[in-house]
Ligand binder design. Structure first.
Ligand code: PGA
Length: 249
């Protein structure tokens, strides 16, 4: 197995009850040496974290950029930490689609990292064009999203490359490992231009229609440091198969 692979399970708005969430979590079987972070709905974070006796760590799916104040409906990085989160997804395409822009995302990434959470900054193009304009788009998302991240805070950053066209799509639509490799190299190049050698230490994950069939080619040929998994993480059996396959990747 590749060293220190990170698999992040993004449960999104599932499951509907804490009991179902507990059942799903207890169906996970972690192979040795694999790091898994589960991002459940925020309400389930604390009870899942408290009851869990294994090596799984937890994350939020969103965070607010202020620490406290008159912000109805928001959750701070400190609250997520207190509930047992060590990671938080920021700028997921589904949140961007609800109107979250790069400025807000940058503030969220900054707030999370300063609070000691690891911010998983999600970037990804809506479509690929033959002129490569999507690469500029990715560069912009990365540079803007990391605007508040000093070299010292970089240890609290993970990048998740999730092309929007591959999220929630049939697995046949997922990116090819070669295209992923090119994009991963490109993202690392941008990180290097921003932070020099330190930038190369930032883990880059891939997400978008990951299954046990394509997972190992993404970490192999695709050269990512791990995966962000949506639907396949909602079925214990499929998720365990995916983790198991990665131990041979
Ligand atoms: P998917 O979702 O695995 O269901 O495509 C991935 C994500 O949105 O993080």
């Amino acid at each position: 197995m590749k060293k220190s692979l990170l698999v992040v399970a993004n449960w999104k708005l599932h499951p509907q009850t804490l009991k179902e969430a507990q059942t799903l979590l207890s169906s996970y079987e972690l192979p040795r040496g694999m790091s898994v972070a589960v991002c459940p709905p925020a309400l389930f974070l604390q009870p899942l974290r408290k009851a869990h006796k294994g090596r799984i760590v937890f994350g939020g799916q969103n965070v607010f950029f202020e620490k406290e104040g008159p912000y109805t409906g928001e959750l701070s990085a400190g609250m997520l930490k207190d509930a047992g989160a060590s990671y938080v997804l920021v700028g997921h395409a589904e949140r961007r689609a609800l109107g979250e822009g790069d400025d807000v995302i940058a503030r969220k990434v900054g707030a999370a990292a300063r609070a000691g959470l690891t911010a998983i900054l999600c970037v990804g193009e809506r479509e690929r064009d033959e002129h490569g304009f999507y690469l500029n788009h990715l560069k912009g998302q990365l540079e803007k999203g990391l605007a508040e991240i000093t070299p010292l805070l970089l240890k609290n950053i993970v990048i998740a490359y999730e092309p929007i066209w591959a999220i929630g799509a049939p697995s046949a639509v997922a990116i090819t490992p070669r295209d992923l490799q090119e994009t991963t190299l490109y993202l690392r190049k941008i990180l290097h231009s921003m932070y020099k050698d330190k930038g190369l230490l930032v883990p880059v994950l891939y997400g978008g229609s990951v299954t046990s069939e394509n997972a190992s080619s993404f970490v192999g040929t695709g050269e990512v440091n791990g995966l962000l998994v949506g639907r396949e993480s909602l079925k214990g059996k499929s998720f365990n198969a995916l983790l198991d396959i990665l131990t041979h990747a």
